[in-house]
Write a protein that binds this ligand. Structure first.
Ligand SMILES: Nc1nc2c(ncn2[C@@H]2O[C@H](COP(=O)(O)OP(=O)(O)OP(=O)(O)O)[C@@H](O)[C@H]2O)c(=O)[nH]1
Length: 192
């Protein structure tokens, strides 16, 4: 799984939150090149090892990260809901993805930094409509609070597992439906 998106959208924090359950506020240290972490998740009783590649968003590292696209089975593409430019750049990221990644790669669009509501400049509907336009699943997340962080990786793991065991006559797994059902579950139980 590769994490992509502009510098500063929160990719490294998202991975640290998933791996260690922590958010370390403070100075922003941009990723140099590329880095990876492994984490095992359990989907329907099956263990799946995710190898997650955290890329540098800065333009000067693009040639390094392009080399890794081809081997990726899934891409988490991030923008920051407080940054219009990071949202506008999503189209350019998708063009790069179509150029360098495998055709059947799983792509998920994520709008990160949700709790920054005062500073929000990209509405949820804008993210949803861009995702619909490109036919990719979408959700908003927070690497700070952990909102939807695990769900993003679980949905990816479930999609990859389903693809591996899919029978031709079976209905296809719908990743966006899964996301919506899991979001409902967590909101219904969060105050219990
Ligand atoms: N409030 C808030 N801040 C966040 C969140 N995620 C990341 N940040 C902050 O955003 C800044 C950038 O986060 P990083 O995770 O380093 O960004 P990145 O996308 O990995 O950046 P590059 O490595 O340059 O590509 C840091 O100062 C984080 O503290 C979030 O969900 N909420």
């Amino acid at each position: 799984v590769m994490l992509l998106g502009d510098s500063g959208v929160g990719k490294t924090c998202f991975l640290v939150q998933f791996k260690d359950g922590a958010f370390l506020p403070g100075t922003f240290i941009a990723t140099v090149g590329i880095d990876f972490r492994n984490k095992v998740v359990v989907v329907d009783g099956v263990k799946i090892k995710l190898q997650i590649w955290d890329t540098a968003g800065q333009e000067r590292f693009r040639s390094v990260t392009h080399a890794y696209y081809r081997d990726a089975q899934a891409l988490l593409l991030f923008y920051d809901i407080t940054s219009k430019i990071s949202f506008d750049n999503i189209r350019a990221w998708l063009t790069e993805i179509h150029e360098y990644a495998q055709k059947d790669v799983v792509i998920m669009l994520l709008g990160n930094k949700v709790r920054y509501n005062n500073e929000r400049v990209i509405r949820t509907e804008d993210g949803e409509s861009l995702a619909r336009e490109y036919g990719v699943p979408f959700m908003e997340t927070s690497a700070k609070t952990g909102m939807n962080v695990e769900l993003a990786f679980l949905a990816i793991a479930k999609e990859l597992k389903q693809r591996a065991v899919q029978q031709p006559d079976e209905p296809r797994f719908q990743i966006q439906d899964y996301i919506e059902s899991q979001k409902k579950k967590s909101s219904c139980c969060s105050f219990m």
